[in-house]
Design a protein around this ligand. Structure first.
Ligand SMILES: [Cu+2]
Length: 145
């Protein structure tokens, strides 16, 4: 056997094997937050669970359990009037949050980073991931007394 051909074939199979191992986080996609450290996980284009039930005073923790960058951005028209606005990056309103993302990916949550918010007002809270809202990456937290 020609030695150069043999090496080329080995090189191919090695790199193919490595490529198959790069996405270790994918194993947890069906249940990305399987410990007490977070409540809502983020896969490639989904918040999991998409709807989360909380009680007043509860601090909810989101964790980016994927290899993509996400945001947690409340919709101003989708949260109770009395509730304090929330968004990754600490933006005070939805418009600024959207501008921050489009300017320099402000508010982006990297792999394994977390974001938390304490829900003080009962009601329904709708939020989105700005870069993936087109892929229907939306979530809801329902807060009861
Ligand atoms: Cu996203």
């Amino acid at each position: 056997m020609n030695r150069r051909v043999y090496l080329a074939a080995v090189g191919t199979s090695v790199s193919a094997g490595l490529a198959g191992c790069t996405s270790t986080l994918g194993v947890f996609d069906s249940e990305p937050c399987n410990d007490d450290a977070c409540h809502i996980g983020m896969t490639r284009t989904d918040f999991v669970p998409e709807e989360y039930e909380a009680t007043v005073g509860e601090t909810v923790v989101w964790k980016n359990t994927s290899e993509a960058i996400h945001t947690v951005t409340a919709l101003e028209t989708g949260i109770p009037d009395e509730a304090e606005y929330f968004a990754t990056g600490g933006y005070g309103d939805e418009k600024t949050a959207r501008e921050g993302w489009h300017e320099d990916h402000g508010g982006g949550l990297e792999t394994r980073e977390t974001f938390e918010y304490t829900f003080e007002v009962p009601g329904t809270y709708d939020y989105i991931c700005i870069p993936h809202v087109g892929a229907d990456m939306v979530g809801r937290v329902v807060v009861s007394e």
